[in-house]
Design a protein around this ligand. Structure first.
Ligand code: HEM
Length: 413
């Protein structure tokens, strides 16, 4: 029986070596918490000898995850990629999140300014206006899907701005993001094989290549395509790297923030006392945002590959081993975070979490994500919107993105 099936029926006495936390069903059913609590307690660096993705190590405690993050010379992103599941050898999509220095350094430098403080200030007015009009247009006294009408709408608009992408086609960005991250085995996935995924991503690349050619001819602008077309580190990129970097930016800027918008609403509806605190003190919004990102943990894991033999928490890691950092677990590590399973909008240290990673690959879009979420909650509070979650969330079948696909809600008139 699979780990998810055993966990689903509450059987936590499973022999340690048979625990396989890579099973996407654990996250779709949202039943991963007790398993990781056990690993943190009994086998914080745990070896799974057999899974559908091959053998792998799980790093489950906050401080050990930090050790792996900060030692990129031992734990490579380039050797085997960033997910427990390997990309098929003939369909590898290189992007700088899958690179080690020095290539990583050059490409990251090109893209990072898009979310630098000076640009964020210029986005704030636009984000606020859009957020206001999306909230004002929501149906009243009838149920609708928050994910579609708010989370997807707002994050897709943001992404279209970052790329200066044709506005009327912006939902294509959402579609490509779903294609890039979906588990092709899930019945509701937008594509059902790696070949189909690859073909869609090549179609995406064609659209972007057209835009790239146009931008390369005109004067330099601040959108991501222009930045990549002009910068020395990226302008002569091979096609597969171009596809990979686009997919990285689309998923990075889209899925994660989208799921934080949905996860925050769900957490507040499950913790009404926290909502009362927030309404009484809207100054808590930045802290709510950080807590939401910790509690939701939109990226479930990142994987590294050992470049040499190493020791981690008393375990012998061999050169070539897969090492998986489970952020969902590190963010619930009771030895570092107080009452980690509780959602608390006025935590003492709300930014102490691993959701954005750490070290040389730490998320480049963290401030932009924070900004979008802060504005959303400021505007919800300013309107005193009474939002009721009226049904269970439908979660994504994935061990990589902790996603909410649907969240039915009703807003009082
Ligand atoms: C709540 C929202 C977000 C979360 C939770 C998140 C999470 C992450 C994580 C976990 C990593 C890898 C860190 C590591 O390996 O140490 C990452 C990297 C990255 N993120 Fe985000 N992200 C978010 C929003 C964004 C946004 C809005 C953008 C783009 C505008 C973005 C772009 C990127 C890029 C380009 C990387 C690769 C960085 C590198 O390899 O150097 N992310 N993000």
């Amino acid at each position: 029986m699979t780990t998810a099936a055993l966990a689903g029926r509450g059987d936590l006495a499973q022999p340690l070596h048979t625990i396989d936390v890579s099973d996407p069903a654990l996250y779709q059913q949202d039943i991963w918490q007790p398993l990781f609590a056990r690993l943190r307690r009994e086998a914080p660096v745990h070896y799974c000898p057999e899974s559908r993705f091959g053998p792998y190590w799980s790093v489950t405690r906050y401080n050990d995850i930090m050790t792996v993050e900060l030692d990129h010379a031992t734990y490579s992103s380039q050797l085997g990629g960033i997910q427990v599941e390997d990309q098929p050898a003939d369909m590898k999509r290189a992007s700088f999140i899958r690179m080690d220095p020095p290539r990583h350094t050059a490409q990251r430098k090109t893209v990072a300014p898009v979310a630098a403080p000076v640009n964020l200030a210029s986005y704030e007015t636009t984000i606020r206006e859009r957020t206001r009009s999306v909230l004002d247009a929501l149906p009243r006294n009838e149920s609708f899907d928050w994910v579609d009408k708010v989370s997807i709408e707002l994050t897709t608009m943001m992404l279209a701005t970052l790329f200066d992408f044709p506005w009327e086609d912006r939902r294509k960005l959402t579609y490509w993001s779903d294609v890039a991250i979906c588990n092709v085995a899930a019945p509701d996935a937008p594509v059902h094989s790696e070949e189909e995924r690859f073909a869609e991503l090549l179609r995406m690349a064609d659209v972007f290549k057209g835009l790239w050619k146009e931008r390369a001819k005109s004067t330099a602008k601040l959108d991501l395509i222009s930045m990549m077309a002009y910068s020395e580190g990226t302008r002569d990129m091979p096609e597969m790297e171009f596809v990979g970097n686009l997919a990285l930016l689309i998923v990075g800027g889209n899925d994660t923030t989208r799921n934080s918008m949905s996860g925050g609403l769900l957490a507040l509806s499950q913790n009404p006392d926290e909502l009362v605190k927030l309404r009484a003190n809207p100054g808590l919004v930045p802290s709510l945002v950080a807590e939401t990102i910790r509690y939701q943990t939109p990226v479930i894991h990142m994987r590294r590959t050992a470049t040499r033999d190493a020791e981690l928490c008393g375990q012998r890691i061999r050169q070539g081993d897969k090492v998986v950092m489970w952020y969902v677990s590190g963010n619930r590590d009771e030895s570092v975070i107080e009452s980690p399973d509780d959602f608390i909008v006025d935590r003492k240290k709300p930014r102490q979490h691993l959701s954005y990673g750490a070290g040389i690959h730490r998320c480049v879009g963290d401030r932009l994500a924070d900004l979008q979420l802060r504005i959303l909650w400021e505007e919800v509070l300013a309107r005193d919107l009474q939002i009721e979650v009226v049904g269970p969330p439908k979660r994504l079948y994935s061990n990589f993105i902790r996603g909410i696909r649907k969240l039915p809600v009703r807003v009082a008139a």
